[in-house]
Ligand binder design. Structure first.
Ligand code: GLN
Length: 452
């Protein structure tokens, strides 16, 4: 009990947890002791996990880091978290995130930003990345061995890169979205975050699997990811997409990438250059499709069904909607809703939304063609190391640029992982990204293992 209390307490200066539930971790530890005595240990028996506060947890406040969900305590458990408890894990607490998972720095949270355990030059406080920044900070600070994340456009991979840990977003549909607060439904995907590739394999195996309650869930057996781990890449081909090396790419990131290529060659892989010609449209495409879906998904927060209700005296229904949304949503969420409703409006639908959907298909086709020549792709995860808190907060476009290497795989629904690739000259972690064929989480994990 002491250790679990200490772990959540140590998270307070980082602002990693929104809700602390060490008693649940303790319950799982007690159950694990009994299971051990009975010779009946499960894959995650007694493992204390952090849960991104986007997963609904029965009887435990779930906020998506938004004031809009103030007072919301789900009466049901998300499929992914239910699977984790069935596998023997216990919950240490609900981890902070960008509000409704919209952001790349954890600064859009209603509960304040998370602080990375890493420090910049002159002790400057850094972002742990986002949106799964509570997860990345807690793992990097050794406050929990592993945590869940969700990734819509990079929210597992970029925070993993910024904090020197590993994180995997599986193929879209591998992990159920049921009970996960929705951001952009055609992109949202739960995944694993932990210090090592092996821990990611174990956690993902427990989270994944068919769920009839999610219409986009894949009805396929979950591969035995841990048993299938191998760091030999003999006979494998690794593709290097040339469009990911734009003019002006940070020299340290370019050097990191070159090192990664050498490591994969050392593991036996052949390296080939490939082309993903529509890469330069990916960011714009993502920032049309994700807000469009968000504006539709977030329409449910009307002051009636969930959480916050602001009902001014004598107000009618429209006034209640307006007051509730004005008070409940943060600036970034409002920005996304406005962009989303704009690109879906009758006059602009074809020019923006339809066009973005077409380009999305072209991007997916690029990947399919590249995978005729190689088994996995290697790229950097992010264009820089972690930036300082406050540095990009005032400029949304600057912030969006951070997602340039992660959104293409999201648009194509592909499995992708970030692993630590070394340190920058300032001593900050840098991440390498492996992108795989649809359903080939094993190939992604194995290439990541070779880089570890
Ligand atoms: N940073 C991206 C965004 O703000 C991705 C977020 C995510 O993957 N949830 O939309």
């Amino acid at each position: 009990a002491q250790a679990f209390n200490a772990a959540v307490e140590a998270g307070r200066p980082l602002n990693a947890y929104i809700v602390e539930t060490p008693e649940k971790a303790l319950e799982a530890a007690d159950a694990a002791d009994k299971a051990r005595a009975a010779g009946d240990l499960k894959p995650l028996s007694g493992v204390p996990l952090g849960m991104k506060d986007l997963f609904c947890t029965e009887g435990v406040q779930t906020s998506a880091a938004s004031r809009m969900l103030e007072g919301f305590t789900p009466t049901y458990e998300s499929t992914v978290s239910a699977k984790l408890w069935q596998a023997g894990a216990g919950m240490l607490g609900k981890l902070n995130l960008d509000q409704f998972a919209m952001g790349s720095s954890n600064e859009t949270s209603h509960f304040g930003n998370v602080v990375s355990p890493w420090k910049g030059k002159d002790g400057k406080e850094l972002t742990p990345g986002g949106s799964s920044g509570g997860s990345s900070a807690a793992i990097a600070a050794r406050l929990c061995p592993a945590a869940t994340g969700t990734d819509t456009g990079g929210s597992i991979r970029q925070p993993a890169a910024f904090t020197g840990i590993a994180g995997i977003k599986p193929t879209y549909g591998r992990c159920s979205r049921w009970g996960v607060v929705a951001f952009a439904s055609s992109l949202d995907q739960p995944g694993a975050m932990a210090r090592t590739v092996r821990d990611n394999a174990i956690l993902l195996e427990a989270m994944a699997g068919f769920d009839p309650k999610d219409a986009t869930s894949l009805d396929l057996a979950v591969p035995q990811l841990e048993a299938g781990l191998s760091s030999s890449l003999k006979g494998k081909k690794v593709g290097i997409p040339k469009e990911y090396r734009p003019d002006g790419l940070n020299a340290e990131i370019a050097a990191l990438w070159d090192r990664g290529v050498e490591w994969l060659k050392d593991a036996g892989a052949d390296v080939v250059e490939v082309s993903l010609p529509h890469t330069r449209y990916a960011l714009a495409t993502y920032y049309i499709i994700a807000p469009a879906e968000a504006s539709s998904n977030l329409a449910r927060y009307d002051g009636v069904r969930y959480g916050l209700r602001d009902l001014p005296d004598g107000a009618g229904l429209q006034d209640m909607y307006a007051a509730t949304r004005a008070a409940g949503f943060g600036d970034e969420v409002k920005r996304r809703i406005l962009i989303g409703t704009y690109v879906l409006s009758a006059g602009f639908y074809d020019a923006y939304y339809t066009q973005a959907c077409k380009v999305r298909t072209l991007i997916a086709r690029d990947f399919a063609q590249a995978f005729e020549q190689c088994d996995v792709l290697l790229t950097p995860t992010a264009p820089s190391a972690a930036f300082a808190l406050g540095e990009k907060k005032a400029d949304p476009l600057e912030m969006y640029l951070n997602d340039v290497f992660t959104v293409p795989a999201s648009l194509a629904g592909l499995p992708a992982m970030s692993v630590p690739g070394g340190l920058s000259s300032e001593g900050l972690p840098l991440g390498l990204q492996i992108i795989g064929r649809p359903l080939d989480e094993q190939g992604v994990l194995n290439a990541a293992l070779a880089l570890e």
